[in-house]
Write a protein that binds this ligand. Structure first.
Ligand SMILES: [Zn+2]
Length: 83
């Protein structure tokens, strides 16, 4: 079974639907038993939704992006560039 580090490393690829089904089931079984990863996972999924929705409507102010990045250490700009 994957450990926390491996799981979090795969998180972005999972959200991008880039993982093979075997890797997805590994990941899912880890998440079932690990609340920490579950929360990180849900947060990232949520954040992506927010980013995508905001990108459709109007550009997010850079100050907001910076604040989110500072809070969560997430490379949000990368998500925006990819969408
Ligand atoms: Zn974990």
């Amino acid at each position: 079974m994957a450990d926390c580090n491996e799981t979090l490393k795969e998180l972005d690829r999972f959200l991008d639907n880039e993982l093979a089904s075997e890797a997805i089931s590994d990941l899912s079984s880890h998440l079932e038993g690990c609340v920490d990863c579950q929360q990180t996972f849900e947060f990232h999924a949520e954040l992506r939704n927010i980013v995508k929705l905001s990108a459709k409507q109007e550009p997010m102010p850079n100050s907001l992006i910076t604040r989110i990045q500072e809070c969560f250490g997430t490379d949000l700009q990368e998500d925006l560039d990819n969408s």
